[in-house]
Design a protein around this ligand. Structure first.
Ligand SMILES: *Cc1c(COP(=O)(O)O)cnc(C)c1O
Length: 382
């Protein structure tokens, strides 16, 4: 039997209904949406424009504000580097947060190498940005603030409305990486003072390799891909029509089922946390609220992290507190004040559409079984 999948922040399987919606666009309706002279092109274009309407509707904005990309990484790069290039003559300072995804931190680091200054704002012990600290860190030539909507490791939701209000007041553009938030928490772009928003399909039952950037009207942006002038000139390249269709379908489904599904996940997550607390010496990472319903991130004290994850892996697929690509302790957990060893003995549980009560119980049972041994071992060692 394959392990129970509790790594929904990393990715999710394509929903059966999304898969069905995408199907015709691989073979029968294979046209290039930029082909304006025949029906193959028209039907592909119609599918793309429907998806654009679906994405726009889910954010309460209008379709012409949506640029399709290859995912949230590309959307973040376009937003951050695109604004920096457009406002180069106006200011060289960017503000972001230490706990951002690397798809925000790395474009910022790249801009530093070009002469921009970047402030990486620390967070409180609960993972949340203090809006007054943020306000105090703004500089006369700050051109952009980038703060994620919900964190991919600890699930905490940043105060977007308050941060956006400060940015508006100061005439500074506000970007948010909403890869983990779309389809899970309400994001109303009529109400929220957000200028740029990145999203992706594969975290919400859509395909990998497609996402979008919302760009508010009159936001200055320099394209990062030059070519055939697609996406109003903002992002050249033939669109991946089946993937774009999948994004529209996935987001529409997530929105329709959002309240019921998030309530279901919250109940499962709450039960999981109650059971884990009985194991004692378990710390919660990040504020309990506001937090994504499907996220639980905990540190098991007094155990060896590598050994813990070795024993979890056959039964449950989760992420550890060290970035798998580098083996380094998670910069997010470090920013909360956890030690490298504590980060290593941390577990990110990511619950999603396929998660059942029985699965959660199996995971709890397994932890109850392995933890006493793990703790004994580390006590003997020290
Ligand atoms: C997954 C994720 C990304 C990257 O998205 P891709 O579509 O895989 O490029 C960026 N930011 C956050 C917060 C994420 O969770």
């Amino acid at each position: 039997m394959r392990p129970i999948y509790l790594d929904y922040h990393a990715t999710s399987p394509v929903d059966e209904r999304v898969w069905q919606a995408m199907m015709p666009y691989w073979r029968e309706m294979f046209g290039n949406p930029a082909s304006r002279g025949h029906s193959y092109g028209w039907e592909a274009q119609a599918a793309v424009e429907l998806a654009r309407e679906q994405v726009a509707a889910s954010l309460n904005t209008t379709p012409e504000r949506i640029i399709f990309t290859s995912g949230a990484t590309e959307a973040n790069n376009l937003a951050i580097k695109g604004v920096a290039a457009a406002l180069y003559g106006h200011g060289r300072h960017i503000l972001t947060v230490q706990t951002e995804h690397r798809a925000v931190l790395e474009p910022c680091a790249y801009l530093e190498s070009l002469g921009f200054r970047v402030t990486y704002l620390p967070v409180a012990a609960d993972g949340l940005v203090d809006v007054e600290h943020l306000r105090a860190a703004l500089q006369p030539d700050t051109i952009l603030v980038s703060v994620m909507a919900a964190n991919n490791e600890i699930g905490v939701q940043q105060p977007l409305a308050a941060i956006g209000a400060v940015c508006r007041e100061r005439g500074i553009l506000f970007h948010t990486d909403a890869a983990q938030a779309v389809g899970k928490i309400p994001l109303d772009l009529q109400a929220l003072p957000i200028d740029l928003l990145s999203l992706t399909a594969h975290k919400i039952g859509g395909p990998k390799g497609v996402g979008a950037l919302f760009v508010r009207r009159s936001v200055p942006l320099v394209p990062q891909l030059h070519g055939g002038g697609q996406e109003q000139g903002w992002r050249a390249g033939t669109l991946a029509v089946p993937l774009v269709v999948g994004l529209g379908a996935a987001l529409t489904l997530a929105m329709a089922e959002r309240e019921r599904e998030q309530a279901r996940l919250l109940a499962l997550r709450t039960h999981l946390w109650q059971e884990l607390q009985k194991l004692e010496d378990v710390l919660l990472n990040g504020a309990w609220s506001p937090r994504l319903a499907g996220n639980l991130n905990v540190t098991f004290l007094g155990v060896n992290g590598a050994e813990l994850h070795r024993q979890l892996q056959p039964v449950v697929a989760v992420s550890s507190g060290s970035a798998c690509s580098t083996g380094q302790p998670s910069h997010v957990l470090r920013a909360l004040g956890r030690s490298a060893a504590q980060a290593a003995s941390s577990v990110r549980f990511g619950l999603g559409r396929g998660t059942t009560e029985a699965e959660i119980q199996q995971v709890v049972n397994h932890l109850q079984e392995i933890l006493p041994g793990l703790r004994q071992k580390s006590y003997i060692k020290t």
